[in-house]
Design a binder for this molecule. Structure first.
Ligand code: FEO
Length: 173
């Protein structure tokens, strides 16, 4: 059985991952409405990944004899300005998630809960990847600037990235 404060902190992370999934789903819909098919596909995949992150936590909490709580979620925005602003938001959001995971790791150490600490290492590694990916995409966007042809190629490239990450997701246990 998990200590109450660990259970509460993990349930808080469950909500954050679920809200992340909703935010990226909303970004996918916005991108699709703008005709950015590749970006939309990428965001649909990101949304699925966040749901997997949430489920992994849910299963862990329940396996430890505690109770994962599914709660109301904050509604995401539905408008994102430009696609560059949208990716900046994605990057900032991932920094926020990393921070929250770090806090969680800190709590487990304080409580000497080494099993949960060990479980969370997967999330620590995942956040490094997610931050790096968001940063790479932002760098590409900055290279394109206002160039329409560049945007077309970017949309095609990111679709490729979406396909690759969805294959990786399917391969995950
Ligand atoms: Fe589950 Fe993108 O953080």
């Amino acid at each position: 059985m998990l200590k109450t404060n660990i259970e509460t902190a993990l349930n808080n992370q469950i909500r954050i991952e679920a809200e992340s999934s909703q935010i990226y789903l909303s970004m996918a819909c916005w991108a699709e409405a703008q005709g950015l098919e590749g970006v939309a596909q990428f965001m649909f995949n990101q949304s699925d990944e966040e749901r997997q992150h949430m489920l992994k936590l849910v299963k862990y909490v329940n396996e430890r004899g505690s109770h994962a709580k599914i709660t109301e979620l904050k509604a995401p925005k539905t408008e994102f300005g430009t696609f560059k602003e949208m990716f900046e938001e994605l990057y900032q959001h991932e920094l926020f998630v990393s921070n929250s995971i770090n806090e969680l790791v800190h709590i487990t150490l304080g409580e000497k809960d080494y099993a949960t600490h060990n479980f969370l290492q997967w999330y620590v590694a995942e956040q490094i990847e997610e931050e790096a990916q968001a940063k790479t995409i932002l760098d590409k966007i900055n290279l394109i600037g206002e160039d329409r042809g560049g945007l077309y190629l970017f949309d095609r490239d990111i679709q490729q990235l979406a396909v690759t990450s969805s294959v990786a997701l399917d391969a995950k246990p």
